[in-house]
Design a protein around this ligand. Structure first.
Ligand code: IVH
Length: 676
């Protein structure tokens, strides 16, 4: 990455993508990429931000744990943030953790660790007062989750009252306990079989099934799902103190909270590495899915000394297992045309089971990837499925070639419309430029109605394809012209479904503005940015009239995004679509985003920065709070309202404490300047 401008563009692009995937994974429980692909994006962003500290911002996904909750549950605040874990991808990185820990603590001997299987489910926090379960929430973005108390109460593995053991200290007066709700693999398959028989969509994996079951508005549905839970940590606790993680696990278990029996106390990092190896080899035989091993410093005192970075603790690491792989043959390579015209090559595979799922297609991403890996039709390849969705080809076994394998070249014309295909400079994708291209139109309308758009019930890809094929729909606007009598004769619909469909389309006229913006499918504008734009502009007209400068002034909108938005609205066909939608009565309602930790806290406050900030420069931090209405001064006095203290803060911090002035550390500061 040579120029700063280039780095900035890449960083913005990565952030947008990661936010999008965060939303798919955390908020919708519907990931689009494998964990490995997501981790690769995240690592690239972390590395770029490390190389360009001046480009760091508090709203970067590297500073965040996940995504704010949907607005359908009551918010659940975590009094102690639920952090995420940094990943180790191999054994060397486990040893690096130990090296860092010993260096920071100034120790030469072995450090004791606790190793716990990393459960692949949904993180929750339960609150017990005087031993009684009073509330439960999801992790959400780490600060705010969703209140899922009635649902959690249906899980049999979760006690409504803590057990008071005969010996040992009394149950705590207050306990916020954290763990993972999950579904066993066998229960998951049986559930999917039942759903398939009932004609309901199946879950992609046990994690999604667990998350989808907890995030139900009707807790009777949750109750019918075979959920389980393991607990591994605490937030705030009153009335009991623990000295080690191992002791904590023992207590939780004694109080009746399930703790994974595979958790182990290790006298040094070598033992932890051994446990990692043995768990990796036995994990397929375990009844539940685990995607790694969590290694934590055992002493809680040392954990406190080591502290946290903004997103993850310095005293723990998640060592991920390598993704599941299998060998098969590429029978053919197809080219799909997406809604923005991008041509994506897809390998048609001889069916093969990877991690318990039959895989028949794998994405080849783009022609550069095909060339780099020298993938040919007929090749024997290694495919990888990292837990979720789209599998990919990771390696070609060139020594298995017989000589008949055929190199693949991307088509010069669009496989859908036969029109012109271009490859813009600096991009690895080829695009079909014909906006009327049938596959593009189909994908665009399917996106419009999908969960990333207006979420119109009953209007999935298949129906959209049918409507286009029958000539009933040529654009998203045509959906609002459909009548029951148009739909009734379609195969598989009938009077009732036709009426329901027309009703759901009609209801979508009053969708949220952010959903409509996202539904338009503007390049680079995913659900997250759509929410930001809706909050800023308040109406579709406001957005469409915004100039590039006005767009770039919005926090989180970079040059590339701004250009893409103005370009979208300068296109005649898009302008016509928006006009038509408005004419057909589409009147999106604007609702503010789910609660984020930004308020008018800073307005009118006098603020002093001291010490070294890790994420932002002091100048950037100063700019951020000035923009929110604060006044900056250099010295602490009685007139100071807030002192933000970074690392190695000295006399100013002492003075602030002496004067009883509000002091916040960098993490709290970042949270306060949001938005996410
Ligand atoms: S400790 C500050 N222990 O992994 C420490 N997390 O990236 C935070 N998870 O969604 C978590 N098993 O729910 C911890 N034994 C375990 C875990 C575990 C699964 C999940 C956790 C969170 C993610 C952390």
């Amino acid at each position: 990455m040579n120029s700063e401008a280039e780095a900035r563009r890449r960083i913005e692009d990565l952030r947008d993508r990661i936010r999008h995937h965060n939303y798919r994974y955390h908020a919708l429980d519907a990931p689009e990429v494998s964990d490995a692909e997501y981790d690769a994006l995240f690592r690239e962003l972390t590395a770029l931000e490390a190389a360009h500290p001046e480009l760091r911002t508090p709203d970067s996904p590297t500073q965040r744990v996940g995504f704010p909750p949907l607005d359908k549950f009551l918010p659940f605040e975590h009094s102690v943030p639920m952090l995420s874990l940094e990943n180790a991808m191999n054994e060397a990185e486990i040893l690096e953790l130990d090296g860092r820990v010993r260096k920071l603590l100034g120790l030469s001997g072995e450090v004791s660790y606790v190793a716990e299987p990393k459960m692949d489910g949904l993180a929750v926090e339960l609150l017990y007062r005087e031993g009684t379960l009073i509330r439960a929430g999801t992790r959400g973005d780490g600060y705010w989750g969703e209140d899922v108390t009635p649902n959690v109460k249906t899980i049999r593995a979760i006690p409504w009252r803590l057990v008071q053991p005969g010996d040992g200290p009394p149950v705590p007066t207050f306990l916020a306990v954290r763990g993972e709700v999950y579904m066993d693999k066998g229960d998951f398959s049986a559930l999917n079989e039942r759903r398939e028989e009932a004609g309901e969509p199946v879950f992609a994996n046990p994690r999604n099934a667990a998350a989808g079951s907890i995030r139900q508005l009707d807790s009777r549905i949750t109750a019918a799902r075979p959920l389980k839970a393991f607990f591994y940590g605490v937030g705030s606790v009153e009335g009991v103190a623990f000295e080690t993680q191992w002791e904590l696990l023992g207590r939780l278990r004694a109080w009746g909270l399930p703790v994974n029996p595979k958790s182990r106390l290790c006298s040094g990092i070598g033992e932890a590495v051994e446990i990692f190896r043995s768990l990796a080899s036995e994990r397929h035989r375990l009844p539940y899915e685990t995607d790694g091993l969590v290694i934590k410093v055992n002493s809680l005192q040392w954990q406190r000394v080591l502290g946290e970075k903004s997103r993850s603790p310095r005293w723990a690491i998640a060592c991920k297992f390598s993704p599941e792989k299998a060998q098969t043959r590429i029978a053919d390579i197809l080219v799909q045309v997406g809604r923005t015209g991008v041509l994506t090559p897809v390998a048609v595979l001889e069916p093969v089971t990877v991690g318990g799922v039959v895989v028949q297609r794998a994405t080849l991403h783009n022609e550069d990837e095909i060339q780099r890996k020298d993938i040919r039709i007929g090749d024997t390849v290694v495919v990888q499925r990292a837990g979720d969705v789209i599998p990919e080809v990771v390696e070609v076994l060139a020594d298995r070639r017989g000589g008949l394998e055929a190199p693949f070249t991307m088509p010069e014309a669009c496989p859908s419309c036969g029109g012109e295909v271009i490859r813009p400079e600096g991009e690895s994708a080829r695009r079909c430029v014909n906006r009327q291209c049938p596959d593009q139109v189909k994908a665009a309308i399917a996106h419009f109605t999908s969960r990333d758009g207006l979420d119109i019930e009953g209007l999935g890809r298949k129906i959209v394809a049918l409507l286009i094929q029958k000539g009933l729909v040529r654009s998203a606007a045509d959906l609002y012209r459909l009548r029951i009598e148009d739909l009734e004769p379609l195969p598989g619909l009938g009077a009732k479904s036709a009426a329901n469909l027309v009703a759901s389309i009609a209801a979508s006229r009053h969708a949220r503005l952010s959903d409509l913006i996202s539904a338009l499918g503007i390049q680079h504008v995913g659900s997250h940015l759509a929410q930001v734009l809706a909050d800023h502009f308040g109406s579709l007209d406001g957005l469409r009239q915004a100039t590039r400068e006005e767009l770039e002034a919005v926090s989180g909108v970079g040059g590339e995004v701004a250009a893409s938005i103005t370009q979208y609205f300068s296109d005649e066909a898009n302008r016509q679509l928006v006009d038509e939608l408005l004419k057909l009565g589409v009147r999106p309602a604007h609702a503010a985003a789910a609660p984020v930790a930004v308020d008018d806290f800073w307005s009118g406050k006098t603020v002093v920065f001291t010490g070294t900030l890790e994420v932002m420069t002091r100048q950037q931090a100063g700019k951020a709070v000035s923009a929110l209405g604060a006044r900056l001064t250099g010295s602490v006095s009685r007139a100071t309202d807030v002192v933000v203290a970074g690392r190695d803060a000295g006399s100013k911090l002492d003075k602030a404490r002496a004067l009883g002035i509000r002091v916040m550390n960098e993490e709290e500061f970042l949270r306060r300047v949001g938005p996410a």
